[in-house]
Design a protein. Structure first.
Length: 137
């Protein structure tokens, strides 16, 4: 007895699934690229700041620059994981793996947000003065 075709068996679903898979991969690649470029830029800025400021200030700016690039890269990596896992292959095993990845990356994002802004993401109010944050007029 033959099983009736499912919506996933339709040729259009296969094409759309392939496109979404590629979109997810490109989003993840963008996250990795942002992290790499951020590390290179923060390191270059750190070396330049060493000649213009004291070592403690240069180091603080370096750490915040690294944290910002990692934070943005992690956001894109999570988005890529969600796209590829939920849309393309929503099996229970893949969803559990995704949940673990998102949990770990969310913890890292919160930690980095605290490092960059001096507050948790859910806290409102003024951000402490930072030499890397431009003053608002």
């Amino acid at each position: 007895m033959e099983m009736p075709p499912t919506p996933q068996d339709h040729p259009a679903a296969t094409v759309i699934g392939g496109v979404i898979e590629h979109v997810g991969a490109w989003v993840e690649a963008g996250g990795v690229l942002i992290i790499i470029l951020g590390v290179v830029a923060a390191t270059g800025l750190y070396l330049w700041n060493l000649t213009r400021a004291d070592q403690a200030t240069a180091y603080e700016l370096y750490r915040k620059g690294l944290a910002r690039s990692i934070l943005l890269g992690l956001e894109l990596l999570v988005a890529g994981d969600i796209i590829r896992t939920v849309v393309v292959a929503p099996t229970l095993n893949n969803l559990l793996i995704l949940a673990g990845i998102v949990l770990i990356r969310t913890f890292l994002s919160f930690s980095l947000e605290m490092e960059v802004t001096g507050r948790w993401p859910w806290q409102r109010g003024d951000v402490k003065e930072s030499p890397t944050r431009p003053r608002e007029i």
